[in-house]
Structures are given as C-alpha cells and as structure tokens.
Design a protein around this ligand. Sequence first.
Ligand code: SAM
Ligand code: SF4
Length: 336
Amino acid sequence: MNTTAPLIDPFARAISYLRVSVTDRCDFRCVYCMAENMTFLPKAELLSLEELDRLCSSFVNLGVKKLRITGGEPLVRRGIMTFFEAMGRHLETGALEELTLTTNGSQLSRFAQPLYDLGMRRINVSLDTLKDDKFAAITRWGRLPQVLAGIEAARAAGLRVKINVVALKGFNEDELFDIQSWCAQHDMDLTFIEVMPMGDLGNEDRLDQYWPLSDLRARLATRFTLTDLTERTGGPARYVRLEETGQKIGFITPLTHNFCESCNRVRLTCTGQLYMCLGQEDMADLRAPLRNSDDDALLQEAIRNAIARKPKGHDFDYSRQKVAGQMSRHMSHTGG
Ligand code: SAM
Ligand code: SF4
C-alpha cells in the first residue's frame, strides 16, 4: 500500500482539512450546546496529548493542510500548549499550511501570544451577544468582559479574529446591526451560524430558536448592498461583502444548503472517533489502532479505510417540521 498518497474519498474529494476536538469539557454551558449538569467522559477515554500529536501528525503526513482545533473548550485542556507546539512543528516544515482554533475566548488573555508565537495566525471566537446579562444567560457560566479582554489580547498579539455568532430567534435578532458594526470597527470578520439539532437537550426548543439565515440576510440587505462572493472553503459557509463597509460576512447554513459536493473535511472526536460527515452517524474508531501499535502503519490503514467510507452527503432537514437526521451526539463531543 502506498503510505504517502493523499487521502481521496470515493467521490474524488481530496481530504485536506481536519477538525479535532481535544476535549469535551468547557468552562461555559451554552444553552444550545450543553446541559448544565454535564457528565464528561472518563479521562482514560480521551486521547492523551501524545496520542493527539501522533494522530494529527499522521493526517498531516497523508496530506491534511489545515487543522482546526476545537472542543469543548480547547484552551481549558491542561497542557494543551504542548500539543499546539507539536503542531507548530508542521507549520515550520511547511507540511501544514494552517493551524487554527475555535474558542469561546475565555482563556485568550493568557494564550493568545504563545499561540501567535508558534505560528497560529487566525482564530474563531464564538460570541452571540454584546450585552453582559444576555451573555451570562446564553452561556450560563460565561462572563462577557473576560471574553472581550481575550479578543483584545488576540488582536494585540497579531491574530486575525473571526467572530462566530449563532443566530437565535428572539435572542440576538435585535443585535444584528450592533454586532455587525462592532466587528467592522475592530476589523474582524463575522460569520453567522444557523442553530443545529445536536444533542438531546430538547429539540423542540431548538426548533423554536431557529432563525433562518435567509431572513437575517434579508435584514442586512435593508441597510447594505450585499455582493455574493464566489469563494468557497469546502465547508458550509457562504460569503457576502457589505459594499458600504467592505466587510466580509459568512453564513453557515448546514441545514438549508447543500455544500456536500465540495466537502474536503473530516472530524475527529476527543476519543479518537473519526466522523466522515457531520450529518451522518457513521464513524471509524482510530483509538484502537493507535493504542494497539506503536507503529503508524495500522493507524494509517484505518484512516484510509475510513476515508473510503466518506458518504456523498448529509441528511439534515428541518423542512418537514421535524428534525430528520437528528444527531444524538453533542456538538462539544464532535467539535463544532
Ligand atoms: N468552545 C468553543 C467555542 O464555543 O467556540 C469551541 C467548540 S463549540 C462546540 C464550536 C461552535 O459550535 C461554536 O461557535 C458554537 O457556537 C457552535 N455551536 C454549538 N452548539 C451549536 C448548535 N446547536 N448549533 C449551531 N452551532 C452550535
Ligand atoms: Fe462550551 Fe463552546 Fe459549547 Fe459554549 S459552544 S458550551 S463555549 S463548547
């Protein structure tokens, strides 16, 4: 078997992007993501930092060019900087083109500079409101000033920041233009995400909170001239430019748009399960081959076999007023 050939799936899509959840834990309890009393996985189930290094390095050797670290909250995992430093090695050699992070921002005051120093250049920070009381309500345990200070630290360190906002009906509809102009002022990109039917936290509520981005977009168009950008990232985001501010705004609508034909990504959970598609239950366990042998041959074979099973597309569908393809796993487990 050729051990260095790139990963190509049965639909001729090259797999160049890996999202990795490094922990299921978090210092927040966002209402759409976690229950307040979460039971987290026993430590032995989690991949160790060394195992994460081995696994991610195998993917990089097989042609993955972009690595996004997520969680749970990646920056609350103890010792996580050792892992980031290990991935920084691949940036230095050029094997990896981009190392990036999705974070709630709470720990950025501490970690932004070291992350920049090891080669990270861009991060996504999730933030759904600019109001203290609403922030405390939606994240349950989060405090807005701490996150705003983290964002400032990131910008000061030289990191480019993109703000991710989950669009929630009746919650942040009224802040649409405040958030947009705050991002413009600070030269930060902005992406809106449609709320997804993940987990088992009461999906009726989730449907209640559903604010279609087509509506959000129409509201933006009442004040701005929107130009569709053709650039695609292989993911579910589409972009527009607001001509008046020059801002780029992204829309992630995994439920209403079909982006599968250009999908270049797979996701790894913090327990070493590889999901070939966000909307399908099929997964491959990579922890067993990782733990069963010190040699990477077994692991690489398991990765190739998994990619050979990547499905053509996903099954999410809100249109029939029920959640088809509803996932039983939590977003914090798979990594958002
Ligand atoms: N803790 C980090 C954070 O919040 O950015 C990384 C993990 S979080 C699971 C990744 C992204 O998923 C966040 O932008 C979050 O808002 C989003 N997310 C979580 N639950 C979601 C849901 N049910 N629907 C849509 N987005 C969700
Ligand atoms: Fe934590 Fe991120 Fe989930 Fe919020 S969305 S609970 S910050 S993992």
